[in-house]
Design a protein around this ligand. Structure first.
Ligand SMILES: [Zn+2]
Length: 319
């Protein structure tokens, strides 16, 4: 899986905010990818008035939302993030995009995200008649992505995330609406969940993703579930990201990825390199013991898991 990098990602200057350009420091010597033009693509997901508002906000320096900083280079970076994700979609690559995208809604930004990179690429594929699975393993729910595709049966959105945590929803009973009912899968994990609980969530929901028979799998690849990430209380190890790469590549041959969160500056590149090594069938560059969850965390997780499967039972074969 080819890494797709562009120095424009660094133009989004957020100072000491957790979502800062130093997140990509380890990748700064990579060459700039030849990014395609995507300004028209924003309209696949975003409202014209919002796109205009982003332009104006960048020109004036006024933040769009208290959590999402804006600098004079933010437009350039946000467009590069969409373009890199498009290129990843076209080539089966991994876009090192920033700002991230999965909290962004059609008409407003949220949670450090300006444009919804993965949703734009997925919507393009839907227009080509493809069925798209978006698997979001960032430690937060991608609430923007979830909302954008909540009423369609052409996109399955599956998120494994900490709950409770930002953005405050993503519980088991949110399964989509109208024609999209049953096509939103939420795996809420209690704070303190380690690798063992992640794998239980993964293995219980994977059969549903298989039944969906996606043509393409888009990965919202976030690494803030890592055990030493400052923003969340999940406890994934570096081994988990490596094994996840192995599992996903064996399961879904037609896959691309775009970066979401991951705020431990030292650990983020290790998480990414382990994940890529798994995807590419190489040895793990970093070793770390798998993490084990406490009994009370397991109890809370399992209560939600079985109740969640019950909500999804009318739509899929649950084994
Ligand atoms: Zn996140």
């Amino acid at each position: 899986m080819q890494l797709i990098y562009h120095s424009d990602f660094l133009a989004h200057d957020t100072g000491g905010h957790p979502e800062r350009k130093e997140r990509l420091h380890a990748f700064r010597d990579l060459p700039d990818a030849a990014l395609p033009d995507v300004e028209d693509w924003l309209l696949l997901v975003h409202e014209p008035a919002y796109i205009d508002q982003v332009r104006k906000s960048v020109a004036s320096g006024h933040w769009l939302d208290p959590e999402t900083p804006i600098s004079s280079g933010s437009w350039k970076a946000a467009i590069a993030a969409v373009a890199a994700t498009r290129l990843a979609m076209e080539t089966g690559g991994f876009a090192l995009a920033r700002p991230p995208g999965h909290h962004a809604y059609p008409g407003h930004c949220s949670g450090f995200c300006i444009f919804n990179n993965v949703a734009i690429a997925a919507q393009y594929l839907v227009r080509q008649g493809k069925r798209v699975l978006i698997f979001d393993f960032d430690g937060h729910l991608g609430d923007g992505t979830s909302r954008i595709f909540s009423t369609t049966d052409q996109v399955m959105y599956w998120s494994i995330h900490q709950y409770p945590a930002f953005p405050g929803h993503g519980f088991i009973d949110e399964i989509g609406e109208g024609k999209g009912k049953g096509y939103t899968l939420n795996s809420p994990l209690p704070p303190g969940s380690g690798d063992d609980i992640f794998w239980s969530a993964f293995d219980h929901l994977l059969p549903l993703a298989r039944q969906f028979k996606p043509d393409v799998v888009a990965l919202s690849a976030g690494f803030d579930g890592y055990q030493y990430d400052p923003l969340l209380e999940l406890r994934y190890s570096l081994d988990m990201f490596y094994q996840l790469g192995i599992r996903l590549t064996a399961e879904f041959p037609n896959t691309f990825a775009t970066l979401e969160g991951g705020y431990n500056l030292q650990a983020l590149p290790k998480c990414i390199f382990n994940f890529l090594a798994g995807m590419d069938g190489l040895e793990a560059p970093y070793q770390e013991e798998p993490t084990v969850s406490g009994r009370s965390v397991w109890e809370r997780f399992e209560a939600n898991l079985y109740a969640g499967l019950h909500y999804l039972e009318p739509y899929w074969t649950i084994r």
